[in-house]
Ligand binder design. Structure first.
Ligand code: ZN
Length: 440
């Protein structure tokens, strides 16, 4: 199959940030074959289909570096309440979460992400095997990490996630071009040193990315200070946990020494501004980490932490928070923000060779944002229009791995109603319990 997209404003996000105000992009099979200005557009006759972007903005598919897609049923529950994690999330998860509910939730979340132009994501949850099947069914690219924590919901054994992750990675490594299996010890405060070491060892042995929540909680910082007289980053460094395949989510409580350590080990960071600020945890010192050569991508976090699964909300909030934090209007240009949402995110997933920018030879993971809607006019700077004006409702067409997934703002292979009905059916008893808890 050969597809030609014409008349698009193309933001390639390659190393030299090549931009074509009126450009074309050619796709052959799974890959991008060529990209350039319309004057150099190849003969349209030789393509199976031609898509006229009519001045829409074509960007690399967004990369969501941190989420928990099994958690859609928790969205909107216990908002504005203190202690939500222990009061609602953990007890409900233990009592009500099943592989069937996780799968129905994953399907819903993937649909929501595809409709907003996210073509790959890094997930951390349970029942990742079911989530992997869902990604393949829906044609979405992902790194899927089975969670390691003392009491997991998909194993009866303490730290049973280690064995589950090992088996899952063994089964899925190299199985699908869309899915990279992975392992995620939950956090430094909720894992033993042994389980952290073992998780790293498994990631190394299979040569896959691994993930952790790091320097996210104030109680995490004080507990580790009390026990080891170290910061969370220093502690993970001291046990040999940090490495270039690690993506650390949040990283709010980071000092200059921590940033140096993260940079030295080439750790990647998933910055989740909406979750961090909605929970009043704090603003992450992103500039400090980047100055120490830490690659920072953007994440939505789970649907109960950030509520929306789209990068438009996250891009805008990142820019607003960082500008305010640095008290500098010129800080974080829209181009820089889009870089974090695309190629830097791809680096955090270990997918930089195949995704994150529009370059010949890379996989065709593409998002086309229309500029006809009322909020998209006028258009002076396409980067700024994406970061400050656009929303997921402007996403018109999405390709993953050369396959068209979204067309005319609709999923091609699924109906949202069908996916929603499936989730509704699976979550009846969950929602009954949730409402009981909320009304207590
Ligand atoms: Zn998280």
């Amino acid at each position: 199959m050969k597809t030609l997209i014409i008349n698009a404003v193309i933001l390639t996000m390659n190393d030299s940030f090549d931009l074509f105000n009126k450009g074309y992009l050619a796709v052959r099979g799974e890959n991008i074959e060529a990209v350039g200005p319309m004057e150099q557009c190849p003969d349209m006759e030789s393509f199976d289909e031609v898509v006229d972007a009519e001045g829409g903005i074509l960007v690399p598919g967004f990369v969501n570096t941190h989420t928990h897609i099994g958690m859609v049923p928790f969205r909107g529950l216990g908002e504005d309440m203190v202690g939500r994690l222990n009061r609602f999330l953990i007890p409900l998860e233990k009592k009500q979460m099943t592989q069937f509910l996780a799968k129905a939730s994953a399907k819903y979340a993937i649909a929501e992400m595809q409709l907003s132009g996210i073509t790959s994501f890094f997930d951390m949850y349970y029942f990742e095997e079911r989530l992997a099947e869902t990604c393949v069914e829906m044609g979405e690219r992902a790194v899927l990490a089975e969670t390691v924590i003392e009491s997991t919901i998909d194993s009866y054994k303490p730290y049973g996630g280690i064995e589950l992750a090992e088996e899952f990675i063994g089964r899925w490594k190299g199985k699908s071009s869309l899915v990279t299996p992975s392992i995620a010890p939950h956090a430094p405060y909720s894992n033993t040193e042994e389980s952290l070491r073992k998780s790293r060892e498994i990631a190394d042995r299979f040569d896959v990315p691994y993930m952790i929540h790091l320097a996210e909680m104030d109680f995490e910082v004080s507990a580790i200070r009390e026990k080891y007289d170290m910061t969370p980053v220093e502690y993970l460094d001291s046990i040999g946990f940090l490495g270039e395949n690690l993506t650390a989510a949040h990283c709010i409580f980071i000092n200059s020494r921590d940033a140096e350590i993260l940079g030295k080990h080439n750790v990647k960071v998933a910055h989740c501004v909406v979750a961090n600020t909605k929970s009043a945890k704090g603003i992450s010192p992103v500039r400090l980490m980047q100055e120490n050569n830490v690659c920072v991508g953007l994440g939505t976090d789970g649907p109960s932490s950030g509520n929306t699964l789209d990068m438009f909300t996250v891009m805008k909030a990142t820019a607003l928070a960082q500008k305010t934090f640095l008290r500098d209007r010129s800080a974080y240009t829209s181009r820089e923000i889009l870089k974090m949402a695309t190629i830097d995110g791809a680096r955090a997933l270990g997918l930089q060779k195949i995704a994150g920018s529009l370059e010949p030879g890379k996989k065709a993971d593409l998002t086309l944002v229309e500029t006809k809607s009322i909020n998209m006019y006028p258009l002076y700077d396409p980067y700024a229009a994406l970061v400050y004006q656009a929303g997921s409702h402007n996403v018109e067409t999405v390709y993953v791995n050369g396959n068209r997934i979204v067309e005319n703002k609709n999923l091609l292979r699924y109906s949202v109603k069908e996916i929603k009905d499936e989730l509704e059916k699976e979550s009846l008893s969950f929602r009954y319990e949730a409402l009981k808890m909320q009304n207590k």
